[in-house]
Design a binder for this molecule. Structure first.
Ligand code: SF4
Length: 286
């Protein structure tokens, strides 16, 4: 049990640590081509995905990733000041944490940031792995320019449980996206990093599933195996019946073909697809 400035946050895992901090800036200029800024309400992430690129960016110990989170208590207040001074631009929520991991249920930093951005009439792009996102549907539907997405890099929840041990099940993410689309929102899937097919999943089935829940756009990227990712994944998959199939995650030729098939089938169903060219890029890291 933890009492943090009056906010009670019971961690779902006993050994998970929640800390707080106060920040001086909230928006960061984002280097990705289609975004202007990123807003990250937390440092660290409960979901602890083995392939997460954030430990590399932060130069932190990968083995400790997923064991703690730091809450930026004043991030929404700082954001309110920044939107008055900075040029209006598209804000990604988030790029280095999950904005709807469990602490958001009580701290509501993401929700307060949405209220600030809504008042300022700034465009947003929201991405999560958690159905807690639906809590903020009332705010999402009032934005003039918005896209909302879920990371769904596989349909096989056994593969998810191996590589994203504490992230919500795939089925809950699909349900969440379906409801967001039903509310009239532009929804997208982050098929990233692209998992290889396991348990007989086909490109057709993936495209059909996304089409059936109203997805408008899919983006993908290959696994970045640097900074201990390859070793962490190999260690986790040791002895698993899915090991042989999942280790194809870093097989460039195989993944390129699989993603090309998904892209073609998505496009045939009217779903925009981007990022597949990265699998053919000479700089793609195996
Ligand atoms: S949900 Fe996103 S930020 Fe969190 S561990 Fe997974 S990949 Fe990293």
């Amino acid at each position: 049990m933890q009492e943090l400035l009056g906010v009670h946050v019971p961690p779902p895992r006993e050994d998970f640590v929640v800390r707080e901090t106060f920040v001086e800036s909230a928006l960061r200029k984002d280097p990705l081509p289609h975004l202007d800024y990123s807003f990250n309400p937390y440092i660290g992430c409960y979901h602890g995905c083995l392939f997460c690129y954030v430990p590399r960016l932060l130069q932190t110990d990968r083995a400790a990733w997923g064991s703690s989170v730091v809450v930026k208590r004043n991030a929404a207040n700082v954001l309110a000041k920044e939107v008055r001074k900075l040029p209006r631009g598209l804000v990604a929520i988030s790029t280095a944490t999950d904005p709807y991991q469990f602490v958001e249920g009580q701290y509501r930093i993401t929700r307060h940031a949405l209220e600030v951005l809504l008042r300022a009439d700034w465009p947003i792009s929201v991405l999560s792995r958690s159905g807690l996102m639906l809590r903020d549907l009332d705010l999402f539907t009032r934005f003039r320019e918005i896209e909302v997405g879920m990371s769904i890099p596989t349909l096989d929840d056994r593969a998810r449980a191996l590589l994203e041990p504490w992230a919500p099940p795939i089925e809950s993410r699909l349900r969440c996206l379906r409801e967001l689309a039903a509310a009239g929102l532009h929804t997208f899937v982050g098929f990233a990093p692209a998992y290889p097919p396991t348990g007989g999943t086909t490109a057709e089935e993936i495209a059909d599933t996304f089409a059936s829940i109203g997805v408008r756009e899919v983006f993908t990227r290959p696994l970045d195996a640097r900074h201990g990712v390859r070793e962490a994944i190999r260690g986790r998959l040791e002895g698993s019946p899915l090991a042989e199939e999942l280790l194809r995650l870093s097989d460039r030729g195989y993944m390129g073909d699989f993603v090309a098939r998904i892209a073609a089938r998505c496009k045939a169903r009217g779903i925009a697809f981007r990022g597949d060219d990265a699998f053919r890029h000479p700089g793609y890291r195996r």
